[in-house]
Unconditional design. Structure first.
Length: 293
């Protein structure tokens, strides 16, 4: 029977993350284990970032990502920063190359404590996001919540940052919308065959916006790194913002730059909370030096 695996409970501006060390193991974290870990208040999370041995030459590690409902995720910028902090503390390295389902990501641990992750190029084609039907212009698609003559939310920009995102632009306070009510409906709308992350965004300056996100497979979150990237890219693409933006999420600030080489770089902090060991099959865990959970 495989032994328990080490983990650290961390967060990236409030985005709750479990970094699991699965190196040297052939097993993977089960959906049942993810659901069990999320059910405990101590280990409740938005994403699990499971570090596996590299699969591809030129990469340092393969990162398997799970949502709190046990489903798989392709990308998680905040979680990747947590992985970088954990590995940088362990190895002393500051530069990393990760492989994920979404592709190859590069990341850097800066001397000031902030961490940058290059999430690659955004994708705008309806088949790349993906959408269930052809849309000629993904800067604003025909999707709304509420009555046709007075929609509460409408015409989101859609983009893939390795995972699908819809950004609804609003003029007033993002907290005035019932995202906990609308989020599940929009995440599972038939237009999104792989479901979608749903963000409400208010632009406050050419280089600033406020966002709230309903995260696919996780629900309301204090921050979502790939959603911040998607909102920044969509803001620039629709002429609302410049290509470098500070985004204020409920958990704190993130900086996103859509570089001239088309790559999107997310910068922000990561924070360690506690460590322990867990069973990747069941989710049973022990908090380090504090006995059984």
């Amino acid at each position: 029977m495989p032994s328990n695996a080490p983990f650290s409970k961390m967060n990236g501006v409030g985005n709750e993350i479990i970094v699991a060390d699965m190196r040297g193991r052939a097993d993977r974290i089960s959906a049942a284990a993810a659901i069990a870990l999320n059910a405990d208040a101590a280990t409740r999370f938005d994403q699990i970032m499971a570090i596996h041995d590299p699969r591809t030459p030129g990469t340092d590690y393969f990162i398997d990502i799970l949502n709190s409902d046990g489903s798989g995720a392709q990308a998680c910028g905040n979680g990747t920063r947590c992985v970088v902090q954990a590995l940088a503390t362990e190895t002393g390295s500051t530069l990393f190359t990760f492989e994920t389902v979404a592709g190859i990501l590069k990341a850097e641990d800066h001397a000031d404590g902030l961490i940058s992750v290059d999430l690659g190029a955004p994708r705008f084609g309806w088949q790349e996001i993906p959408l269930a039907e052809e849309v000629s212009d993904t800067r604003a698609i025909d999707l709304r919540i509420g009555p046709d003559d007075a929609p509460v939310l409408q015409s989101p920009s859609v983009v893939s940052m390795g995972n699908p995102h819809a950004i609804f632009w609003v003029d007033n306070d993002v907290w005035s919308y019932e995202l906990d009510r609308f989020g599940p409906l929009l995440e599972n709308h038939p237009i999104f065959p792989e479901r979608a992350n749903i963000t409400i965004a208010q632009v406050t300056a050419r280089d600033a916006m406020v966002i709230r996100t309903w995260e696919r497979g996780a629900g309301l979150t204090k921050a979502c790194g790939s959603a911040a990237c998607a909102a920044a890219v969509a803001g620039a693409r629709t002429g609302r913002t410049d290509r470098a933006v500070t985004l204020t999420a409920p958990g704190g600030e993130l900086r996103v730059e859509w570089r001239e080489d088309d790559h999107v770089v997310l910068t922000g902090p990561a924070e360690w909370e506690f460590s322990g060991f867990f069973d990747p099959a069941t989710g049973a865990f022990l908090r380090e030096q504090q006995g059984a959970a």
